[in-house]
Design a protein around this ligand. Structure first.
Ligand SMILES: NC(=O)c1ccc[n+]([C@@H]2O[C@H](COP(=O)([O-])OP(=O)(O)OC[C@H]3O[C@@H](n4cnc5c(N)ncnc54)[C@H](OP(=O)(O)O)[C@@H]3O)[C@@H](O)[C@H]2O)c1
Length: 330
């Protein structure tokens, strides 16, 4: 008998999550049936979208229901298999959930070749890198010489976006919170970095982006978008990737009051979801792998440990404690 430890939802959180929103339980898993695999979780990907799934609002995936295990991407090892697609020892990627073990019929899980450390595969070569790649290249369509502003720039997605923009010959301005994050972005080769916690970002943008902004890659939402819209160039592209400043808030977000700037500047603002690009993920992975090998993309993974730390680790994204990709080693 295998014992599984897992976190289930008990009460929907307001603001940051608290342990009392969940219950941590231990259960005995049943014997494997034909066609099933037993997976042991190795690493969880900790993502801002999980906070959205805890809210009872319609989204691109259904909200997590009370008494359900918390949905979470990650990688795990097949430790028993009665499914011909999988062998014991295979590394697999999919929705593991906040749990140490799970039994699955294998649907939704893919085998992963172990070419790089797992945290790197969850970061630059995982959904994070694929989001950055298609968000910037397909929606943002950067051209050499463009000025690109990235919010949440020291985060998992933002740091890859900013470096791809550099590879494409753009002038890149990253916005992030704190000295250490900004120092790292300078090491990554960005042209300008704004520490929004130490300075007034809207004012700094005006000073730095003197020739206007061609692309804004928005990871955080909130008032910065309005400041950017005042500074966009003709045919600018605003890529709406995320709005983390709203996910844990109970207030309705305040929208930008100057959308008419999109008309004046014949500009485009477009949201996208990485899930729509999964059939082209290999294209992104190949290009990203090349840039990684050539040292053109630097990456950081922030690895916390222990299944008991799931709630605290999720909060790190919202308090800005993570630098680079937030991961939990189980
Ligand atoms: N569209 C898609 O398909 C897709 C896919 C993946 C991710 N996303 C979105 O991309 C964004 C980044 O995700 P990620 O996984 O790469 O996380 P991340 O950027 O590694 O971590 C989140 C960062 O957001 C910043 N932040 C948190 N609260 C904030 C606030 N109130 N105002 C401003 N900044 C705040 C913090 O950085 P600072 O310390 O610098 O503030 C924090 O480190 C999220 O909005 C996520 O939902 C979208």
């Amino acid at each position: 008998m295998t014992k599984n430890k897992k976190w289930i939802l008990k009460k929907r959180p307001k603001g940051l999550v608290e342990e009392s929103n969940f219950q941590f339980i231990e259960e005995e898993l049943s014997e494997l049936q034909d066609g099933e695999i037993l997976i042991q979780t190795e690493y969880l990907s900790v993502d801002p979208t999980q906070r959205m799934w805890l809210t009872d609002m319609p989204g691109y995936l259904p909200p997590i229901q009370i008494d359900e295990v918390i949905r979470s991407g990650g990688m795990g090892r097949v430790i028993k298999s009665k499914n011909e697609r999988f062998d014991e020892g295979d590394l697999v990627n999919g929705f593991m959930g906040w749990q140490t073990h799970l039994i699955s019929d294998g649907k939704g899980f893919t085998k992963v070749p172990e070419v790089l450390p797992i945290p790197t595969m969850l970061n630059v070569l995982g959904l994070t890198g694929i989001t950055a790649y298609f968000g910037l290249l397909d929606i943002g369509q950067p051209k050499e010489g463009d000025t690109v502003v990235v919010s949440g720039a020291a985060g998992a997605t933002g740091s890859v976006v900013a470096q791809i923009a550099k590879i494409k010959g753009c002038n890149v301005i990253g916005i992030a919170g704190g000295e250490e994050k900004c120092g790292w972005l300078e090491d990554c080769g960005l042209d300008h970095v704004i520490d929004y916690k130490a300075t007034k970002a809207t004012k700094e943008l005006g000073r730095i982006a003197k020739d206007g902004i061609d692309i804004y890659f928005d990871n955080v939402g909130g008032p910065l978008l309005e400041a950017v819209l005042f500074k966009i160039n003709l045919n600018a592209r605003i890529v709406i990737c995320g709005a983390i400043s709203n996910y844990a808030s109970t207030d309705m977000p305040v929208g930008p009051r100057n959308l008419s700037s999109l008309i004046v500047n014949r500009a485009r603002m477009e949201g996208f979801l990485v899930l729509d690009y999964l059939d082209k993920a290999d294209e992104a992975r190949q290009e990203l792998s090349k840039w990684l090998m050539d040292g053109k993309i630097k990456h950081r993974e922030d690895i916390q440990e222990g299944i008991e730390n799931c709630p605290n680790t999720l909060n790190r994204l919202f308090t800005g404690q993570n630098i680079g990709k937030q991961i939990l080693k189980i």
